[in-house]
Ligand binder design. Sequence first.
Ligand SMILES: [Fe+2]
Length: 270
Amino acid sequence: MINLEDKLGLPLSLDEETYQVSFGEGVPVVEPGVRTLKAIYPVTRDEEPDGPPILYWMYRDVCRPEDREKLRPDRLRFDLSVFVPAKLGSELLKSSGHFHPLVPGFPISYPELYEVVHGQATFILQKVNNICARPQDLVVEDVIVLEVQAGQKAMMPPDYGHVTVNTGAEPLVTVNWVCTDFTSHYYSVEQMRGFAYYLLAGEPPALERNPMYREAPPARYAVPADVPELGLISGRPVYTECVRSPNKFAFVREPQKYMEEMWAALAFEV
Ligand SMILES: [Fe+2]
């Protein structure tokens, strides 16, 4: 069993053989949703690639009841996901990828804050001209590759769709704070067979352009940076920080007020 408590801030552990999460005292058990191999076929590089029958488990709204009550007015939800260390054909195992809708009354979409609790991840972020555009009208405006180690945070700024890739030999455990007000968009990702770049297995893993997109800018590489005013401090669990200071996490719900601070969470290679 892998004890997740130090990095997570909740007494959970992970069985590295079955990938199932055990919930410790004071945290109600959550039944996970699963992403199966077949369900991800629309967004893989290879047609119907080999892979494990279940790619990842999604535990939604993991929370101590007293913390959920405290955070209810903030409209924040805390989720946990477990990704198998494996390949999807020629690709490293990944999430489906999705975009978020616009914040009502503002021309930007909801952001999301991830943290890697165990293992290592690469997040591929992409911004497009219109998440509902037909394939021939879809323009990729920016691509960011964010490499994240255990204990580090991963900011998904407004307007950037995102895919999580397990780049390590261990199971990957991620958590995220997200606003409860919306559901994600999968449409443009599915009709384009994924994002503009795939991350292929290899030493080191290599980016490959998805030929469904007519063009795409070169990827920009970034790593996480601390932003204490948003509660983002390496090694300190975002669960604990948010429960202690929910106001610091208002950017999840009202990103229009915190654009500069959110972008400070990404340190770009020059
Ligand atoms: Fe998301």
